[in-house]
Design a protein around this ligand. Structure first.
Ligand code: TYM
Length: 351
């Protein structure tokens, strides 16, 4: 079992419900490996001091959420240099075209170039590719962004992981990982890499919606709750979440912003609370303000203890150092064996 979170700053709730919460639940039953993806974070050229602080934050949030370094291996991606070498090797079997068609690449490349997303079906692959290839040097799309899925596949394959708990947005990357594993095995006529699958304990991978009425919870203003949000800030954000004018007739369908609030409620609150508000929506007696108040309090019940532990853990430098050193040692043991095998399979052999 392996999964990672990019070191891009504080954890939005999406990452908690989509990933972190699952990690904590499965650590007793599987050989778990969780890492902080700092190399992946480089694709957006972060400020160096900020990157280091972000790595520490993700690490502290892993620990504060309840991942136990005695049970699971916790490590920093860049502490395993074997990953970088295998990234080079695997790239020899990855097509530029398939990378360019990845949804996350298109998204990020558009952002880098300042292009807006087209309405459904409006843009052909060729038009998009022309924009990327023709971009001027000051608005370039860096090659690391393109090969992001190769690096992610290597994270998984180098540990020979077979189960990868992720949110919905990562499923395409996982599909590519399987494809690369199959391709490698068949090219060299070996049965070396297992094909990893996403992992969930009951139910499909989630997409945690944002507060602004559409899409997933990302980092944009007004859309995102952070695990470490101060209660006052968090309450304010939830109270400001987009809604509508309320149901006009019994049992009417929900608008997207309201459905999103119910999704958040389902992730956080007790089933009878969710049912209470569903009934109130159905008979038109619902007051969104009440729902939001309840939602904010239920979220805080989950996040308050985590936020407090994050602060304590961040202050304990020697503990953090111990955790990542032990984790790196364990992660490298497996990674270096895989790299040795892969070099041998590909014909990079010693004299
Ligand atoms: P990242 O850092 O963007 O997100 C970490 C995890 O959180 C999930 N997630 C969500 N789930 C539901 N709703 C949301 N709104 C939401 N936002 C984030 C993501 O699906 C992910 O599981 N490429 C990965 C990091 C990575 C990785 C790996 C993961 C690098 N190598 C190897 C697994 C295995 C990423 O960017 O996740």
């Amino acid at each position: 079992m392996l999964s990672g979170i990019r070191a891009t700053g504080q954890h939005p709730h999406g990452k908690y419900y989509g990933a972190l919460r699952k990690f904590v639940k499965i650590q007793d039953d599987y050989d778990c490996n969780f890492f902080v993806a700092d190399l992946h974070a480089l694709t957006t050229n972060p400020d160096p001091a900020q990157l280091h602080a972000n790595v520490k934050n993700v690490l502290a949030e892993y620990l504060a959420a309840g991942i136990d370094p005695e049970k699971a291996t916790i490590f920093i991606q860049s502490d395993v240099p074997e990953i970088s070498e295998m990234y080079l090797l695997l790239n020899m079997h990855v097509g530029i075209g398939e990378l360019m068609r990845t949804a996350s690449f298109k998204d990020k490349a558009r952002k880098a170039l300042g292009l807006s997303a087209p309405a459904d079906g409006e843009e052909s692959d060729e038009a998009f590719e022309c924009e990327v290839i023709g971009a001027s040097t000051n608005k370039r799309v860096n090659a690391g962004l393109l090969t992001y899925p190769t690096l992610m596949a290597v994270d998984i394959l180098i540990q020979k992981a077979s189960k990868v708990p992720v949110g919905k947005d990562q499923l395409q990357h996982l599909e590519l990982t399987r494809r690369f594993a199959r391709r490698f095995n068949s090219f060299y006529g070996v049965d070396y890499f297992p094909e990893p699958t996403d992992f969930d304990f009951g139910g499909a991978p989630v997409k945690v919606p944002g507060l602004d009425g559409s899409g997933k919870m990302g980092k944009s203003e007004g859309n995102c709750l952070y695990l470490v949000d101060d209660p006052k800030v968090l309450r304010k954000k939830v109270m400001r979440a987009t809604t509508d004018e309320g149901p006009q007739a019994p049992n009417s369908p929900m608008s997207e912003p309201v459905a999103n609030l119910f999704t958040l409620l389902e992730l956080t609150s007790a089933p009878d609370v969710v049912q209470h508000f569903r009934d109130a929506y159905a008979d038109c007696s619902i007051r969104y303000g009440d729902l939001k108040k309840q939602l904010a309090e239920d979220i805080l019940t989950v996040t308050n203890p985590i936020r407090e532990r994050v602060a304590d853990i961040l202050a304990d430098e020697s503990y953090l150092r111990r955790v990542v050193r032990d984790g790196a040692e364990r992660a490298r043991a497996r990674a270096s064996q895989t790299l040795r095998d892969v070099r041998e399979i590909m014909g990079i052999r010693g004299f």
